[in-house]
Design a protein around this ligand. Structure first.
Ligand code: AMP
Length: 141
């Protein structure tokens, strides 16, 4: 059986404002911020405000809100980074590659011929993350 949602996971703390993040978008249902160990420049995470561990326990309507948010961020990321494409990924449970147990969609801008970095390869510099968040915020306007 699947573990229960843990209110003290990192992304729940970010949602409550207890941990910092580079926020790019927020509405009533979703929150989007930069991954601190980006696999490509502009790598963004889109999460539901509703508590959900992953796709196995999220309510369908909450998942639909995440899909809408992901769609919005993908379009903005294409523009902000003059990307050639976008990779969207979402992992479920440790066997599925999940590390943080609050559902999140990875939205990664891609350039032709450039591989993604492996997950958690390196922490990006704050200045770079700030500049990337600003680009996305502008593209979302
Ligand atoms: P996964 O659960 O495998 O989908 O991946 C979790 C993702 O969260 C990884 O890409 C991490 O780089 C990212 N991550 C972990 N801690 C933070 C944080 N405090 N702020 C932003 N991203 C994070």
């Amino acid at each position: 059986m699947q573990a229960a949602y843990d209110n003290n996971n990192i992304f729940a703390k970010i949602l409550r404002g207890e941990l910092p993040c580079h926020k790019v978008y927020e509405d009533e249902h979703v929150f989007a911020f930069l991954d601190i160990m980006p696999r490509s420049p502009g790598h963004t995470l889109v999460i539901p405000k509703a508590p959900a561990r992953n796709i196995l326990d999220i309510k369908p309507d909450d998942y639909a809100h995440v899909a809408r948010g992901t769609h919005k961020i993908a379009a903005a990321a294409m523009k902000a980074f003059e990307a050639d494409g976008i990779t969207v990924q979402q992992f479920n449970e440790p066997a599925g590659g999940q590390v943080v147990f609050h559902l999140h969609m990875h939205v990664m801008p891609r350039m032709n011929g450039v591989m993604l970095l492996p997950p958690a390869s390196r922490k990006e510099e704050t200045k770079v993350l700030e500049a990337h968040a600003a680009k996305l915020i502008t593209a979302l306007k």
